[in-house]
Design a protein around this ligand. Structure first.
Ligand code: ADE
Ligand code: ZN
Length: 326
């Protein structure tokens, strides 16, 4: 069995991908020219050469600088459309997409511009490419809870376009409980809840515990460190929570695809899923994440199938919709 072909051809779901993290250098240059925004580099190749990530802050700096080229509705449309084209080419049939509205409203882009561009691309991709997707609004955790709440209010006219809310960006000193009120309100609005607990962050076990006990999330993004605490691991198992792990993203922080940890999760019957996180920056989309992970961890075809099935099982779809994919 050719594992690379097996992985590439399998219908898959992606549950942890930041739309702004799918901004390819070529689109970045095209939009910079169109919008008259100066770039620090002369060519897309030079830009990629400057991608030097070794921890979360060093990544976030380049990630936020990159998205300054996104100004108009058509820019958000193009970003989303290009990702969905790429995803469909990788046989992704369903995707849940994160976006970071605060990173754009803070630059004077209106919430309506952002979400309308994204939504129109989702509709077109469903019709023309047959790929289904849903949208998750993330809050930037280094900003205030008040700003998060304001953005939840900005989203009120668009609630049917959102499936859930998430929490991302700089985790240090920004625990889940900082956003308890915002997430309680989101839950009351029938939105699903997830939060990043990135690999090897300070107080990560406390953050995972808060996600489980106080916020009562429906999934955890990353969450790899839960393996270090049997109590947390058991809770994740009992609640049947999905963990959206991103192997190549993890490599920038821990120099491994965390294949040993992923294997342990499978052995514990944890609903671990494989995802790309910020594929344009990490230079690897979903198939490449699976292929590299399989090589590092020597996973069997059955292991791959289990991880792909897990992502449909923990997707934020109705049971009847999930059963169409399984
Ligand atoms: N925003 C985009 N990618 C992220 C990541 N990997 N961790 C935290 N915040 C992010
Ligand atoms: Zn992420």
């Amino acid at each position: 069995l050719d594992m690379q072909q097996f992985i590439s051809e399998m219908p898959k779901a992606e549950l942890h991908v930041h739309l702004e993290g799918t901004l390819e250098p070529e689109l970045s240059f095209a939009l910079a020219t169109k919008n008259n925004i100066p770039l620090e580099y002369k060519t897309p190749e030079q830009l990629v050469a400057a991608y030097d990530f070794h921890d979360l802050p060093s990544f976030l700096k380049i990630y936020y600088a990159g998205m300054n080229v996104l100004i108009n509705e058509s820019d958000f449309y193009q970003l989303t459309w290009d990702y969905l084209v790429k995803a469909a080419s990788e046989n992704i049939v369903y995707a849940e997409l994160f976006f970071d509205p605060q990173a754009h409203t803070s630059r004077g882009v209106s919430f309506e511009t952002i979400i309308t561009g994204i939504h129109k691309a989702q509709l077109d991709a469903e019709q023309k490419l047959g790929i289904n997707s849903q949208l998750i609004m993330c809050f930037l955790r280094e900003l205030s809870a008040e700003s998060a709440m304001e953005h939840l209010k900005l989203a009120m006219p668009y609630l049917p376009w959102l499936v859930g809310v998430g929490l991302d960006s700089n985790e240090r000193d920004n625990p889940p409980t900082k956003f308890a009120e915002v997430f309680a309100k989101a839950r009351a609005l029938d939105l699903k809840l997830t939060m990043h607990c990135d690999v090897n962050q300070l107080n990560t076990l406390n953050h995972i515990e808060q996600c489980l006990d106080e916020i009562q999330v429906d999934r955890i993004d990353h969450g790899v460190n839960a393996l270090q605490d049997p109590v947390l691991l058991e809770k994740i198992k009992q609640k049947k929570l999905g963990l959206t792990v991103c192997p190549i993203s993890n490599r920038f922080v821990v120099q491994s695809l965390t294949s040993a940890e992923i294997r342990q999760m499978l052995e514990h019957n944890i609903l671990v899923t494989i995802n790309s996180d910020d594929p344009a920056y990490f230079r690897a989309y979903l198939n490449e994440n699976f292929i590299e992970l399989q090589k590092e961890g020597q996973f069997s075809a059955q292991d791959i199938v289990t991880m792909v099935e897990n992502s449909f099982k923990v997707a934020w779809l109705k049971d009847s919709e999930i059963n169409q994919y399984l």
